[in-house]
Unconditional design. Structure first.
Length: 374
């Protein structure tokens, strides 16, 4: 898969940009706060329909242009994948719902974008995925599965909307709210069971790949074990959706009394997590900083490998300022895994790229919202 052209109008620091990345490696250098990450953010938007760093679309519109005639911002992308050439466009106006166009036809749902452009974004904050709370790890799961299985994304959205309504009922419902909960439990459990099945399936494959990768990164000193830790235990019933659904309903009913007091739903896939162990010990609780970062790198690289295997296509890599975060050995692993993919890398100094042994690339310099080819 490769991006042929990215066009931006009034997106963040860019009044107008036309960017044609190389088929291989493109390096964007520049001082801080010049707009390097903004380019990757725009590409990420085309893959997921949302930014990786804000949920507020309005933040993306270039300041001061909100009230211009025909105001708002535009992202246009031309890409090439196994299914041919495609065009993705996103239009955002202040206070309006964003509009997404795929091959010139307006998409009804963001979910339609999933799988059109597969990207793997790697930013410094990804190295703390093990250190962070479960929400970060669920986000990782959700993003990756959505790219590989668009129906997962739709189901997840449905689940979140039912969850919101159930929580609203717990909070504001009248005296008979216990009775109404019954209906929401049913719907929540149906969507939830599908989510759990997909997460388990994904984690099973990811676990095998990450174990192998980690063995290499740690020179066979460490065994990495990554597995799915669902909020509702499913024993051996995972293959049977009806049984999983029943397990969720039972868990919801069991928690009902406390949920009614706390006014939120305390069990379900929205409380799932991933457990990461090195040599049998929980890394999050007992691992060193170095182990946490290496495990995160292994996870991230497995994601890349898994997308390659499942989609039978190389994703586009977005490496945001990560070289400086990794020591020589880890850099080498990262750069070996990404070779052969189209890759857009940002950094403050080209020296870090040369030092990592990369010579074959196109370089752009980013300054105050302009990209200039070097
Ligand atoms: N909506 C916006 N309109 C104009 N400028 C913005 C907007 N949002 C962020 N910026 C500016 O973008 C810059 C940060 O861009 P970023 O791509 O993160 O920089 P970096 O080069 O460090 O990766 C900051 O200068 C910030 O003020
Ligand atoms: Mg940046």
């Amino acid at each position: 898969m490769r991006v042929d052209k990215l066009k931006l109008i009034n997106f963040r620091t860019y009044k107008s940009l036309s960017f044609l990345p190389s088929e291989g490696l493109t390096v964007i250098t520049g001082e801080n706060a010049q707009g390097k990450t903004n380019v990757l953010e725009a590409l990420f938007m085309c893959a997921f329909g949302r930014s990786h760093r804000t949920s507020k679309d309005n933040d993306l519109i270039a300041w001061g242009t909100e009230n211009e005639m025909g105001g708002g911002c535009y992202i246009g992308l031309e890409l090439h994948s196994r299914s041919g050439s495609h065009n993705i466009e996103i239009k955002m106006r202040p206070g309006e719902k964003k509009k997404i166009f795929i091959d010139r036809a307006q998409a009804e749902r963001t979910g339609e974008l999933m799988g059109m452009l597969n990207v793997v974004m790697f930013a410094p904050e990804d190295l703390s995925i093990i250190k962070e709370g479960p929400a970060e790890r669920r986000r990782f799961l959700d993003m990756e599965i959505s790219q590989l299985k668009p129906s997962y994304y739709c189901n997840l959205q449905r689940y979140n909307s039912v969850l919101k309504q159930r929580n609203a009922l717990l909070k504001d419902g009248g005296l008979d709210r216990a009775k109404q909960l019954f209906m929401w439990n049913e719907q929540l459990a149906m969507c939830g069971a599908k989510i759990m099945q997909d997460r388990l399936e994904f984690m099973d494959i990811l676990s095998g790949i990450s174990c192998e990768l980690h063995k290499n990164i740690s020179s066979s000193k460490e065994t990495l074990d990554v597995f799915y830790s669902p909020s509702v235990g499913f024993a051996d019933d995972m293959g049977d959706i009806i049984k999983v659904k029943e397990k969720i309903i039972t868990a919801l009913e069991r928690a009902e009394e406390t949920d009614l007091i706390r006014c939120y739903t305390s069990v379900g896939p929205h409380r799932d997590d991933i457990t990461v162990k090195i040599n049998g010990t929980d890394v999050r609780a007992f691992g060193s900083q170095g182990q946490k970062r290496t495990a995160a790198l292994s996870l991230k690289l497995s994601e890349l490998e898994l997308i390659k295997r499942i989609s039978l296509e190389k994703p586009v890599l977005l490496l945001d300022d990560v070289l400086s975060e990794l020591d020589d050995m880890r850099q080498r692993f990262l750069l070996e895994s990404v070779s052969g993919c189209q890759c857009i890398l940002t950094c403050t100094s080209i020296d870090s790229v040369r030092k990592a042994g990369l010579n074959d690339f196109e370089e752009y310099n980013c300054k105050m919202g302009y990209l200039t080819k070097v």
